[in-house]
Structures are given as structure tokens and as C-alpha cells.
Design a protein around this ligand. Structure first.
Ligand code: ATP
Ligand code: MG
Length: 268
């Protein structure tokens, strides 16, 4: 059982001009093993900062992150990251990208080859193993990124707008794939998105963050991710509760954006 405990995190960036930005303030949260959480919020509310702290790329100014009771002090293979795009090794084949982690861990090809093949099958890239990254579409590249992350056997997968650069149709297919991987692997997943629809579909827990300072505004527990596993996501979206939650959260975020705009205009 892996438990991710986010304990009273605050993050302040001190700028060279002497001012500072309070990117996160008093964020506390616990995720149990296998939970799928989406994170939404206006631009600048600290979503990426939060993920970077969970990954161990940034040290918080206050608070701590514990994974299975162990304090996170830097990046390691327990927490895998999937970025929006551009984080693959362009010059390597699909197979070499996915096997990069096990290779770096010093494993012999006979130890990981079968699993890498299996992961590439799961993400639908069976026939593309020897291709170079630049020969793939954006959706295929994100599937490689998912497989590469899984090959490291992380307890927690952190995704920062992983589907944000894809066209609508590819994005929908990838949403189904994320749900499938979540159910099949039982991983804990945190996924940041700007899309309210995507956050509703890919979050059995949905966190809405507010800006200045970045903080948790509201949390939902939702049935749509479970309903979407192996199902037609367009059918899930027809659920009246889905529509009602979408409108509620859209209004919430609009109100935050308007408040930010109001403050910006008042400062001018
Ligand atoms: N390295 C840094 N140095 C200074 N300020 C930073 C740094 N990283 C982030 N910030 C500031 O912290 C705040 C939160 O940034 P962050 O990137 O976490 O927001 P976000 O919610 O991911 O936004 P977006 O939706 O646009 O990706 C912003 O005001 C940003 O300018
Ligand atoms: Mg961000």
C-alpha cells in the first residue's frame, strides 16, 4: 500500500527584484494507493509547482511530502512524471525510450525486454517499436511517454497537462487509455489539466485550486472515471450529473478568472 501525504506545503519564490510570489500556501492532502486525482485551476494557481514538489524537483519553503512514510527529498523512480510534450529522447527508438529507465538502473535486456514489449502493446504501439520518435504523431509520442513512465515501476504517476497538445479526437482516445492504465496497473495518478471535461472524466477525486496564493479551493469525489473505464466517454458525458458538475466548476473557475482580471485592472 502506498500513501502519498502532502503535509502543509507552502512555496514562495523570491525574485531577483526583491519581491516574492506565494505560489502555494498550506496545501494538505492525502492520496491512497490507486487513487486517480485530477487538478484544475486558473493559470498561475500553482499546479505545476505542486507537481514539481511532489516529483522532488523543487523543495518547498514549508511543509513536506511523504510517500509511504518516507520524506521526498529529490527525484527518484518512485514518482514518475509525464509532461505535456517534448520530454522524449528524439534520437532513440520507441523501444529504447521505454527501456531507458531499466537500462539506467543497470538491468540486463533479458530482465526488461518482455515487459517493455508488453507495455508497448498496452499503449497500442506494437508495430512502432523500432521507429524514431520524430516519426510518430503527437498522440503516439504521449503513449511512448506513458509506457516509459510505467517501465520504471513508479508508485505514483504525475502528469502535467499530458494531453494538452493533442487534437480533440486523439485526446479522447488518450483519455480512455489513461483510464485503462489506471485500472490495469492500480497506480496512484495525479493529472493536471486545463479542461474541466477532462478533469471530470479523469478524476475520481477532482481538486480545484485557487490562485494568489495557490491553494485548494474545493475537492470533489466523482463517479465518472470509474464509469468511463472501458466505456464510450461520450456516453459518460451525457450523464445529467456530469453536465451539472461541469457547469458548476466552469462557473467557479470563471469567477476566479474574473476576480484575477479585476485585481489586475485595479492595479493598472
Ligand atoms: N521558478 C520560478 N520562479 C519564480 N516564480 C515562479 C517560478 N515557478 C513558478 N512561479 C510562479 O508561481 C506561480 C505558480 O506557477 P505555476 O507554474 O505553478 O502555475 P500553474 O498553475 O501551473 O499555471 P499554468 O496553468 O499556467 O501552467 C506563478 O505566479 C508563477 O509565476
Ligand atoms: Mg502549469
Amino acid at each position: 500500500m502506498s500513501e502519498l501525504k502532502i503535509d502543509n506545503l507552502s512555496m514562495r519564490f523570491d525574485l531577483p527584484n526583491g519581491s516574492s510570489v506565494q505560489a502555494l500556501k498550506d496545501v494538505s492532502l492525502t492520496l491512497q494507493s490507486g487513487e486517480l486525482m485530477s487538478v484544475l485551476g486558473p493559470s498561475g494557481c500553482g499546479k505545476t509547482t505542486l507537481l514539481n514538489i511532489l516529483a522532488g524537483f523543487l523543495a518547498p519553503t514549508e511543509g513536506q511530502v511523504l510517500l509511504n512514510g518516507q520524506k521526498v527529498t529529490g527525484p527518484d523512480a518512485h514518482r514518475g512524471m509525464v509532461f505535456q510534450q517534448g520530454a522524449l529522447f528524439e534520437w532513440m527508438s520507441v523501444r529504447d525510450n521505454v527501456s531507458f529507465g531499466p537500462r539506467m538502473a543497470g538491468k540486463a535486456p533479458s530482465d526488461y525486454a518482455e515487459e517493455v514489449d508488453h507495455l508497448l502493446d498496452i499503449v497500442g504501439l506494437k508495430d512502432f517499436k523500432e521507429k524514431a520518435i520524430y516519426e510518430l504523431s503527437g498522440g503516439m509520442q504521449q503513449r511512448v511517454a506513458l509506457a516509459r513512465c510505467l517501465a520504471n515501476h513508479p508508485d505514483v504517476i504525475l502528469m502535467d497537462e499530458p494531453l494538452g497538445a493533442l487534437d480533440a479526437l486523439t485526446r479522447e482516445k488518450m483519455q480512455s487509455l489513461v483510464l485503462k492504465l489506471w485500472k490495469e496497473t492500480g497506480k496512484t495518478i495525479i493529472l493536471i489539466t486545463h479542461s474541466v471535461e477532462e478533469a471530470l472524466l479523469l478524476g475520481e477525486r477532482l481538486l480545484v485550486m485557487a490562485p494568489r496564493p495557490g491553494r485548494i479551493h474545493k475537492e470533489y469525489r466523482l463517479p465518472f472515471a470509474d464509469a468511463g473505464v472501458g466505456a464510450d466517454l461520450r456516453e459518460v458525458k451525457k450523464n445529467p450529473e456530469y453536465t451539472q458538475k461541469r457547469e458548476e466548476i466552469l462557473s467557479m473557475i470563471w469567477d476566479m478568472e474574473e476576480e484575477i482580471m479585476g485585481r489586475t485592472e485595479a492595479a493598472q
